[in-house]
Design a protein around this ligand. Structure first.
Ligand code: FAD
Length: 350
């Protein structure tokens, strides 16, 4: 069977790219092993201004409108809301953050993302005040990926299988099983580290753990950010996370992560009655050395393409980069240099 693109991996990267290419009338098949999917664990948070230095994410002015447009298009198609826009309260943790925050409020570049510092909010403890952030929200990754999977199945564009690299033949023509794609696009998340064609790329993976719980208490309806984050899903259910561990790269939930996340929440929100039972999930983020995505053709085998490296910001970044990769595949437009894997090409030659 001849097709345009075989996409390996049905995480957020593979799913949104497949959707984009199908919208552009391309014949696509997505293959996934239904195993270690970071997107299903992710909180889907979109936060344009992050870190202790409250810096605007790179290219956010372009990435955010594209992400919102993309998720709205999917919502219209599936008749379901996937992106929940909600303001965020950033709880300032020390005087340095407060000073930085005041500086940012003077900066017109930040105007649409942050609005004011308030001294306190109901039940929240903070001696340094709270920054009100806007244009923040979260993506419901699980229902989105489920709907997309059902859609791919319905148009015969989905195969559940684990691809073994030895089963991919490059000659006399590219094929896997009876499928002859023009290109194979690898969207394998952190498992790309084992990919013989792309393992030379400098991934810097990071395990993350998240807690989901229900409480009898009415919970605050803003997203909270205090080093960790707290996302209210409804009046009694919430998620909190995420830990960041670049050493223990396994999927085992840890007691330490659970205690750290709950203690951190208790510190800013002492009146909160901690739930007795919590669900704990883990995943591994496909983070990269320079924090930029890994996109592009293999330097020696241009029929093999990678679309990966979205780190901790998949929900914000993937829609815009889907558009860039589709333009490159269809019209040969250049992939933005900062994300093109050719920036690391010399590593391959060493
Ligand atoms: C705890 C945690 C919290 C996070 N929170 C956020 C957040 O709040 N906001 C945000 O934007 N991002 C967040 N992220 C990051 C986000 O999850 C990633 O950016 C995004 O999920 C990456 O998507 P992906 O498609 O590249 O990888 P994945 O979602 O991991 O998908 C890869 C898929 O490929 C499949 N696969 C791999 N190899 C093969 C093979 N050989 N054959 C078949 N299938 C294969 C895997 O099984 C998997 O289904 C978080 C991540 C974690 C772990």
């Amino acid at each position: 069977m001849e097709i345009d693109y075989l996409i390996i991996g049905q995480g957020l990267a593979g799913s949104l790219l497949a959707w984009e290419l199908i919208q552009r009338q391309k014949k696509v098949i997505v293959v996934d092993n239904n195993k270690e999917n970071a997107s299903l664990v992710a909180a889907g948070l979109i936060n344009p201004v992050t870190g202790m230095r409250l810096v605007k994410s790179a290219r956010v002015d372009a990435l955010l409108p594209k992400a919102i447009e993309f998720y709205q298009q999917l919502s219209a198609y599936f008749q379901q809301t996937f992106y929940i826009e909600k303001p965020m309260l950033r709880i300032l943790r020390n005087n340095k953050e407060l000073v930085t925050c005041k500086k940012r409020l003077q900066n017109s570049d930040y105007q649409s993302y942050i609005s004011e510092i308030i001294p306190s909010a109901s039940l929240i403890t903070t001696p340094f005040g709270i920054l009100k952030q806007q244009k923040t929200g979260y993506l419901l990754t699980k229902p989105l990926l489920e709907d997309l999977k059902n859609y791919f199945v319905s148009i015969h564009a989905y195969i559940q299988a684990g691809i073994k690299y030895n089963d991919i033949a490059l000659t006399p023509h590219l094929h896997w099983r009876n499928i002859r794609p023009k290109k194979i696009i690898f969207c394998e998340g952190y498992l790309a580290c084992n990919n013989p064609w792309f393992s030379w790329l400098p991934f810097q993976l990071a395990k993350g753990e998240i807690i989901s719980a229900t409480t009898t208490q009415f919970i605050p309806q803003n997203i909270l950010n205090y080093g960790h984050w707290f996302i209210p899903l409804n009046s009694h259910q919430f998620r909190t996370g995420a830990t960041f561990d670049s050493v223990n790269l396994n999927l085992a939930p840890t007691k330490t992560a659970k205690e750290t996340l709950l203690a951190s929440l208790h510190q800013v929100y002492p009146g909160f009655s901690m739930p007795s039972t919590c669900a704990q999930q883990t995943g591994i983020r496909p983070t990269t050395l320079d924090k930029q995505p890994f996109i592009g053709n293999h330097p020696k085998h241009p029929e093999l393409v990678i679309f990966n490296g979205f780190g901790a910001k998949g929900s914000l970044q993937i829609p815009w980069y889907c558009h860039c990769l589709a333009d490159s595949l269809l019209y040969n437009l250049a992939i933005p240099q900062h994300s093109n894997i050719l920036r690391y090409n010399q590593m391959l030659r060493q």
